[in-house]
Design a protein. Structure first.
Length: 114
């Protein structure tokens, strides 16, 4: 099982990033997928959840209206489009197969700073 995130980096406040997570080793198309984030000194936060069919189940209140989760089952990939980024969005963003068993990626660093 592998979840490989990419797309993180340094961006100025107000900017955008698109994170990708490519999955392998399990049946991606049948899996609920999610993005979490963890900032230094803070608890891990569930950012967004999407069903196997592409229905968005949940966004954290802190990202509603700015972030969009989506997926491409043909490419075994889940995305997180992040717009209007704020310094408080700075965190390691981790892709996760939701449910049991949970599979986690290694994460990608997002830093929002001027």
């Amino acid at each position: 099982v592998q979840l490989a995130e990419s797309g993180g980096g340094l961006v100025q406040p107000g900017g955008s990033l698109r994170l990708s997570c490519v999955a392998s080793g399990f049946t991606f198309s049948n899996s609920v997928m999610s993005w979490y984030r963890q900032a230094p000194g803070k608890e891990r936060e569930l950012v967004a959840v999407i069903t196997s069919g592409g229905l968005v189940l949940n966004y954290a209140d802190s990202v509603k209206g700015r972030f969009t989760i989506s997926r491409d089952n043909a490419q075994n990939t889940v995305y997180l489009q992040m717009n209007s980024l704020k310094p408080e969005d700075t965190a390691v963003y981790v892709c996760c197969r939701f449910g049991a068993p949970k599979y986690w990626g290694q994460g990608t660093q997002v830093t929002v700073s001027s």
